[in-house]
Design a protein. Structure first.
Length: 359
């Protein structure tokens, strides 16, 4: 069955349908990942977005039980050059097509993803729709132009109730802005006792749990749409060690009077080189974000820039000058991607231990 990808500027790509039978509207973005499509699709940071894969073939190893980053993915659609109808891998439980059908996510294949990516890079991210080719174009295009993208994205993906992931070591509160399971895995590997809390949990509720540290997770959308989290960070910093990742990094910056801005097309992929300023060390990192911290607004009396992106110089890491708190824009947990920066979880452990010794 034929299917259309329609962009907000009127550009139309024709392709073949796979996945769920549904018409969807969302923000179109691209990822340069060469593998890890299951982790990408189930990453809640893609909430409300149509994901374009620049790698030419997607789906060849199927979907398995181990590589989910969330149970219920909330991306809007998937765009690929070639969809592999047959999947071969010893861990495979179902094909990508079967998985997308079960999750209600439509896909379109046969698209010139190189041309599409070039347009996004030139024009920037924009609204788009995936629709059946037989639908009336003018009506669909009018709907697309009238569509207002949601601003409550974190509320859509965060847990609504606290839940534990028991361990025997350090007591860590994880604030869920749309977390990836890999963050929980890395903390659990270090024997942490985890309590996952909703995004709008008040500061005092967190402090009442007597945590050794607080993890601010990744998540979708504009960090300025989560003012309650910014206030919470202001109230807990200095009282407990903090480690922020991706959206958590942006919220940590906002809580310390820095500003954020929407990028033209963002960073999404597994091949982003990041330089640690203190050592000159370069890590290749996994990234997925459309907003960034404005370097010019960082108060040097409060925050120190620790990492920058090699390609465009954007801020990739900050550390508080007075409190035990730091954050990074990239995903040290990877999943998918390289594990170059996995040591940051160990630094968080060391920070919590040093803080306890001072008490």
């Amino acid at each position: 069955m034929k299917r259309l990808l329609i962009l907000e500027d009127g550009t139309v790509f024709e392709g073949k349908a796979f996945g769920a039978e549904a018409n969807v509207f969302g923000e179109i973005v691209f990822t340069t990942s060469m593998t890890g499509y299951q982790e990408t699709i189930t990453d809640q940071s893609f909430n409300g977005q149509i994901i374009t894969f620049t790698y030419p073939m997607v789906g060849n190893y199927g979907v398995n039980r181990d590589d989910y980053e969330s149970i219920a993915p909330t991306c809007k659609g998937v765009v690929v050059k070639e969809h592999a109808r047959l999947a071969s891998n010893w861990r495979k439980q179902m094909t990508l097509d079967e998985f997308l059908k079960r999750k209600g996510i439509p896909g379109i294949s046969g698209v010139d993803t190189r041309a599409l990516t070039r347009k996004i890079r030139e024009v920037g991210t924009m609204k788009a729709s995936i629709v059946d080719a037989g639908d009336e174009f003018t009506h669909i295009f009018d709907q697309l132009k009238a569509t207002v993208l949601p601003t409550n994205q974190v509320a859509q993906v965060s847990t609504t109730k606290p839940y534990p992931s028991p361990g025997t070591g350090r007591n860590v509160v994880v604030i869920d802005f749309g977390l990836k399971h890999s963050i929980l895995r890395e903390l659990s590997k270090r024997h942490c006792n985890l309590t996952v809390m909703p995004y709008n949990t008040p500061a005092q509720t967190i402090l009442d749990l007597c945590p050794d540290g607080v993890m601010l997770t990744n998540g979708p959308g504009d960090p300025k749409d989560v003012p309650e989290a910014i206030q919470m960070i202001k109230e807990i910093q200095g009282k407990v060690p903090i480690f922020g990742i991706c959206l958590g990094h942006q919220l940590f910056a906002l809580a310390n009077d820095a500003d954020t801005y929407k990028m033209k097309f963002g960073h999404r992929g597994l091949n982003h080189p990041v330089r640690e300023i203190a050592t000159g060390r370069i890590d290749f990192t996994s990234q997925n974000h459309g907003f960034a911290v404005n370097e010019k607004t960082i108060d040097p009396e409060k925050l120190m820039i620790t990492h920058t992106e090699v390609n465009d110089g954007t801020v990739e890491g900050i550390r508080h000058r007075r409190y035990p708190a730091f954050s990074v824009q990239f995903h040290p947990d990877a999943a998918p991607g390289p594990h170059d920066a996995i040591h940051l979880f160990d630094e968080f452990m060391e920070m919590m231990d040093a803080w306890k010794e001072q008490l």
